[in-house]
Design a protein around this ligand. Structure first.
Ligand code: ATP
Ligand code: MG
Length: 439
């Protein structure tokens, strides 16, 4: 019989190397270097999280997280290329060229940590700071899903599984560790993570999580907008954006991130089709190894609300279409910042891209020709082509802009009906020539 007051220590199922398929070939050289150095210095060193999960699924992991009993300062002492980051959750980042290996010290169990002032909660139970260190059998319960809580031990290449994570991976089920209500209150971003992993891994979200999300989705409004921007990038720039978007809508989470967009989607089916086309396009590009920029997708999401606002401004304030789009995209991106903070380096080009859209309709004259040299031409053109695919722009306009890009300067002058300028310039531009001599 179990004695009162003595709790049983949780025991992991240890899966030896011959019984699993995680090979060191799947782990980056940098991650292996960090694991071995920690191990040789007398610390425990485990690969954990996405690296183990994706390797088990045969997905070739790209991102590697390490868990250890070495404290952050001890990790820093071992690696010259190490930086400690994060206040809420202190971590070591070890840099190898463009690759960063993240090393986290085991965290203490939630109940123990709750009694210590270095763990801070807000009124809703959200964890604001979490820097009390512990052992692996405490750390495991702090992780979000069972598939993310597998530890690959570098000392003998076995996998430690406290939570039946291997079984859940086999069943392709996303299961929360602990009580979903409490875990989602602690960190509402876990709702977005659930959707992201379900989309990426093609897992089914466990019923208890689904029920809990339905109750708690409002809590996302307490998450700092800067953190939501980071999560937005992970959700929409990893190659599964269309599926992620559909799941976000299914779980009523999308409206918490982009409320204005959500309203427009509900009013306008065409806008929803446009978003789907853009997301498919993004996923295809990522699949082919082409670059994607967040400003493009943000522009896509905000386009519906911006267009509507611009129509009102044209009527009410008597603005030109370009002026109205410029003002509307400024206002709508301002409203969006309350939910997801978008850095200026993305909002500025995004607003330009949106306001340029009516310019594609003009195909005659110098101003139209100059559009080809605009620094946002490429993005604005791609955006216009997507609109054309959704019948928002005439095909002959789309074809025209596709053709002129392939033309020589002389051919373009014909296409845009622009007169050739006199070559000598001597008599026609006397001021201009004089000025250039002064410089
Ligand atoms: P990927 O890197 O493919 O996005 P990942 O599972 O590695 O997926 P990370 O954000 O890199 O995700 O985090 C590494 C690990 O840290 C996770 O697998 C999980 O165990 C833990 N973790 C990260 N964020 C949270 C969170 N908000 N709540 C609980 N555990 C988390
Ligand atoms: Mg990771």
């Amino acid at each position: 019989m179990k004695k009162k007051g003595i709790s049983k220590k949780p025991k992991p199922k240890i899966i030896p190397r011959p019984s699993h398929n995680v090979s060191r070939d799947e782990i980056s050289r940098s991650a292996l270097k960090v694991l071995y150095r920690l191990h040789k210095s007398g610390y425990r060193a485990f690969l954990v999280g996405g690296g183990v999960r994706d390797a088990l699924l045969g997905l070739h992991p790209k991102d590697f997280d390490i868990a250890t009993d070495a404290h952050p300062d001890e990790v820093r002492a071992l690696f010259a290329n190490c930086r400690l980051i994060g206040r809420r959750f202190r971590l070591a980042h070890i840099r190898f060229g463009r690759e960063i290996i993240e090393v986290a010290t085991f965290r203490a169990a939630a109940d123990k940590a709750a009694k210590i002032p270095d763990v801070l909660h807000d009124e809703e139970g959200r964890i604001l700071r979490d820097n009390v260190y512990g052992k692996i059998d405490e750390d495991v319960w702090r992780r979000d899903f069972t598939c993310n809580a597998l530890y690959y031990d570098i000392s003998d290449f076995s996998i430690w599984d406290y939570v039946s994570g291997v079984e859940d991976i086999r069943k392709r089920k996303l299961v929360m560790i602990g009580n979903p209500d409490r875990r989602l209150r602690e960190d509402p971003v876990r709702m977005l993570r659930a959707v992201r992993f379900a989309a990426k891994l093609d897992f089914e979200i466990d019923e208890t999580i689904a029920i809990s999300i339905a109750k708690n989705h409002q809590l996302l409004s307490n998450v700092p907008p800067a953190r939501l921007f980071d999560e937005f990038l992970k959700m929409f720039q990893a190659g599964n954006s269309e599926k992620t978007f559909s799941l976000l809508r299914k779980f009523d989470l999308f409206k918490m991130l982009f409320p204005e967009t959500d309203k427009r989607i509900k009013e306008d089916d065409q806008f929803l089709k446009f978003i789907h086309a853009a997301l498919q396009n993004t996923d295809d590009r990522i699949d082919k190894g082409q670059s994607v920029t967040p400003m493009f997708l943000l522009g896509v999401f905000l386009w519906g609300p911006v267009e509507k606002r611009a129509e009102r401004l044209q009527v009410k304030e008597n603005m030109s279409v370009i002026q109205a789009l410029t003002v509307a995209s400024y206002e709508i991106s301002g409203l969006q910042q309350a939910h997801i903070s978008i850095p200026r380096r993305f909002t500025m080009p995004m607003r330009e891209m949106l306001a340029m859209q009516p310019r594609f309709e003009k195909r005659r004259g110098k101003r139209a020709l100059r559009l080809l040299d605009h620094r946002r031409f490429r993005a604005a053109y791609d955006f216009m082509m997507l609109r054309a695919r959704c019948s928002e722009v005439d095909t002959d306009i789309a074809d025209f802009w596709t053709e002129v890009q392939k033309q020589t300067a002389d051919q373009r002058r014909v296409s845009f009906a622009v007169q050739r300028q006199a070559r000598s310039g001597k008599s026609r531009h006397p001021h201009w020539r004089r000025k250039s001599r002064v410089n």
